[in-house]
Design a protein around this ligand. Structure first.
Ligand code: ATP
Ligand code: MG
Length: 415
């Protein structure tokens, strides 16, 4: 199906006052600056445009000088490859000197600065990513990107094999952009080339793989795309392990969940507690990301090990122990599986916690309560609190003050 593209949105882009000021400062006196890449693509699709990147004939020094003259702050964020971030009234824009590849090795490109917009377009990855928009409103399309955008096709610019060998990350980018923008199946030439060049993925840095994978997992057609990755032998390699499609699908299609890449990764790839550690290594996850995967793994293991159906009190206990987000994630992911099962009242209890209608259970004792009663500071306090916490969890995490007082008495009695 051919879609009509949103030409008006292109004009709208040029009317953004800050962008306009930037373009005015960066154009003229022999230099040309255009909006490039994702901003032009998304405007034509009628999608929100978050970041605006510009390409320019001006040198990096030239960009900074013009920014300075116009009173904008500029930061040389990627000076080696010619990128200066120019900040116009608080909004950052990446302005990059036009480039051409001199040498590529599958990971990094040695580039030289150029003055040719067409050459700059041709070194980009996909036709839909190579459009540029001039200050005068003219749309430049050197690669038939407009036709592919209208047909919702993601195609490599030039020979897919050659383009992948220049930078193997483009294999994952092919699937990531497919997942976000395409209709119908993947472009056959791109798919065949991706499969044939697959071994090259191994030379990429884990950070770059992580970045593309996490974006792919929250893309519009993430579910289909993950299947395609699996069918063509990519997924096991990326995850270095097995995938749980049913859980991924439940999480990706749950109307009450926001598109969170770490949640999606957990649902897809975490089956045991070791998986969390392996994925941290494999994808160089942050401590916080790893902690979330490990929390998912721990709760999953505990729920799978018991056949007791969960009632509202069990939900309360789980929320106290694992946090409401982890509980709701694992229960959504495993919905319909033989374990865990929920009794009447349990889903409602979870909804009350998630919505804030019922306050989250908080363990009522503090170390200070015991110190006040004369127990000396030290490891004993920690032990007693842990004991108290076990009792409190087992008794359903009561929240009333009378209970807290009685519990303190019981804990103290054991000291
Ligand atoms: P998004 O909205 O997801 O950020 P984007 O188009 O801005 O989409 P980026 O990954 O930010 O995508 O890259 C910006 C542009 O740089 C792309 O549109 C593409 O033209 C070019 N590009 C980025 N990475 C590569 C690559 N590995 N090979 C070739 N061109 C690339
Ligand atoms: Mg971008």
């Amino acid at each position: 199906m051919i879609h009509t593209l949103d030409q008006k949105a292109l004009a709208g882009l040029l009317e953004r006052p800050k962008l306009r000021r930037l373009l005015d400062a960066m154009n003229g006196e022999g230099e040309e600056t255009r909006i490039v890449g994702g901003a032009v693509r998304n405007a034509l699709l009628g999608r929100p445009v978050m970041e605006v990147d510009c390409a320019t004939t001006a040198s990096p020094d030239g960009i900074m000088e013009r920014a300075h003259r116009a009173g904008f702050k500029s930061v040389p964020t990627g000076i080696d490859h010619g990128t200066i971030t120019v900040i116009v009234e608080g909004e950052p824009f990446e302005v990059t000197t036009l480039r051409e590849d001199v040498e590529t090795d599958g990971r990094y490109a040695v580039v030289c600065f150029g003055r040719d917009f067409e050459a700059d377009a041709l070194r980009r990855d996909f036709t839909i990513n190579a459009l540029s928009l001039g200050l005068n409103g003219r749309l430049y399309d050197y690669t038939d990107g407009v036709a592919d955008l209208a047909a919702r096709r993601v195609r490599f610019i030039g020979d897919a094999h050659i383009r992948i060998r220049e930078d193997f990350l483009r294999i994952l980018r092919f699937f990531r952009f497919y997942a976000e923008y395409a209709e119908n199946g993947p472009d056959p030439e791109g798919l065949v080339a991706a499969g044939a060049e697959r071994a090259g993925l191994a030379i990429l840095s884990r950070e770059r793989i992580r970045h593309e994978l996490l974006k792919l997992l929250v893309a519009r057609r993430a579910q289909d795309t993950v299947q395609i990755l699996a069918e063509h032998g990519f997924l096991t390699w990326i995850l270095d392990g097995a995938a749980e499609f049913g859980r991924f699908e439940r999480i990706a299609s749950a109307p009450d969940r926001s598109a969170d890449p770490v949640e999606r990764l957990a649902a897809l790839a975490i089956m045991t507690e070791e998986d969390a550690e392996r994925l941290r290594e494999r994808l160089r996850l942050s401590n916080d990301e790893q902690r979330r995967l490990a929390a998912y793994a721990e709760l999953l293991a505990s729920l799978k090990s018991s056949s007791l159906p969960l009632d509202a009190t069990a939900i309360r206990r789980l929320v106290a122990e694992h946090g409401v987000e982890t509980v709701s994630l694992v229960l959504s992911a495993t919905a319909g599986e033989p374990r865990p099962t929920l009794e009447k009242g349990a889903p409602e209890a979870l909804i009350r916690f998630r919505s804030g209608a019922e306050p989250l259970p908080v363990f009522p004792l503090r170390g200070a309560d015991l110190v006040e009663r004369g127990i000396p500071k030290g490891p004993k306090i920690g032990e007693l609190l842990a004991q108290g916490r076990r009792i409190w969890l087992a008794e359903g995490c009561p929240a009333d003050e009378a209970y807290a007082k009685a519990l303190l008495g019981r804990v103290f009695a054991q000291a």
